[in-house]
Design a protein around this ligand. Structure first.
Ligand SMILES: [Zn+2]
Length: 181
């Protein structure tokens, strides 16, 4: 089981408190009447906790999970995970099918930390967040600018004190953070 590094946990704290990149998940930001697709990691130690936490927090009753090792990172065409087994294309086609099946136009793009699949691919927190940015771009380009699809980037963190929390990734703030560095 991946434990995560103190440096990456410290960076997550900074992204949350200092830079406003990670924001608490709130119903207004993430809840949609017709439900939503969840692209998330299939890690069996994490999936049920993440899923239940999210569903209960937002009082969601219509979720359609698409789970694969690494979750949303699989949609980053520039990453090892996205290129492995042509994952990004395969998962994109699955999402297209799921949208039709469930008539959903909201896609939650999840990563989590610590993530064993990301760790195996040599990815730290910075790589993970950049990968979710790339994944969102890939989906947006694939669906086209006029598609009403809403893509929500999210990160679930298992903090060292055993508390679990989910965060919305504010991409505008992330861009500011990158430019400041
Ligand atoms: Zn994982």
């Amino acid at each position: 089981m991946t434990l995560g590094s103190p440096a990456d946990f410290a960076l997550l704290q900074q992204l949350r408190h200092q830079y406003g990149v990670l924001k608490d998940v709130a119903p207004g930001r993430c809840r949609h009447d017709n439900g939503q697709l969840m692209v998330l990691c299939s890690d069996g130690d994490v999936f049920p906790k993440l899923f239940d936490y999210h569903r209960q927090l937002l009082k969601l009753d219509r979720l359609h999970p698409l789970a694969w090792n690494g979750g949303g990172l699989r949609l980053d065409v520039h990453s090892i995970l996205g290129q492995h087994h042509n994952s990004a294309e395969v998962l994109l086609n699955d999402i297209i099918d799921a949208r039709k099946l469930k008539n959903m136009s909201v896609i939650e793009l999840w990563t989590h930390y610590p993530c064993g699949a990301a760790d195996l691919a040599g990815m730290g927190v910075m790589d993970i967040i950049q990968s979710i940015v790339n994944a969102k771009q890939f989906l947006r380009q694939s669906f086209g600018a006029n598609d009403p699809v809403k893509i929500i980037p999210l990160c679930h963190v298992a903090w060292a004190n055993h508390k679990r929390r989910s965060y919305y990734i504010d991409l505008a703030r992330y861009k500011q953070f990158i430019n400041q560095k």
